[in-house]
Ligand binder design. Structure first.
Ligand code: HEC
Length: 141
């Protein structure tokens, strides 16, 4: 009986994305259970359509023109913040600063007037969040 119950729970759990667990000012565990790919993360950060990070941030990207100055420079982000701290800032920075202008890249809370194609979808997927976190964690100076 217990084994059947465990299998059932596993099955149910498999289809449902659990809300990431916040500890202090961080989400310590990977959203996917595995580490991200920093090269893919870099591409997302520099992409003006997907990440849009450089609208607000500048960073150690000498070849990129028109970088933002509305937010902290991303240089050294991986030295200032742990992976878990970076992850919470990517998932939903409103949990630290309710008035932040930074988009919540992995949250569906509090969204209004969402276009049909975007309903029920986060801006980035769990995999993409992990890729960006892996890239940011490597920005050491
Ligand atoms: C619309 C503006 C905006 C966009 C777009 C944006 N951010 Fe931010 N971000 C901010 C602001 C402002 C802060 C400062 C925290 C706050 O608002 O309280 C911040 C904070 C951060 C921090 C913490 C930095 C530190 O030193 O404390 C990281 C890391 C970060 N953003 C990464 C990103 C990445 C990666 C992207 C793209 C996927 C991105 N941001 C997109 C505005 C933005």
């Amino acid at each position: 009986m217990r084994r059947i119950l465990a299998a059932l729970l596993l099955l149910l759990g498999g289809g449902v994305a659990a809300a990431p667990v916040v500890v202090g000012d961080a989400i310590p565990a990977s959203l996917t259970g595995s580490p991200g790919d920093a090269a893919r993360g870099r591409a997302i950060v520099l992409d003006r359509q997907r990440g849009l990070c450089l609208l607000c941030h500048s960073g150690p990207f000498p070849k990129e023109r028109f970088q933002g100055d509305l937010a902290p420079n991303l240089a050294g982000a991986g030295a200032r913040l742990s992976e878990g701290q970076l992850r919470l800032r990517m998932v939903d920075g409103r949990q630290l600063n309710p008035d932040t202008i930074m988009p919540s890249y992995f949250s569906l809370d509090g969204l209004v007037r969402v276009g049909r194609a975007w309903q029920g979808r986060t801006v980035l997927t769990a995999e993409e969040i992990e890729d960006v976190v892996a890239f940011l964690a490597g920005l050491r100076d």
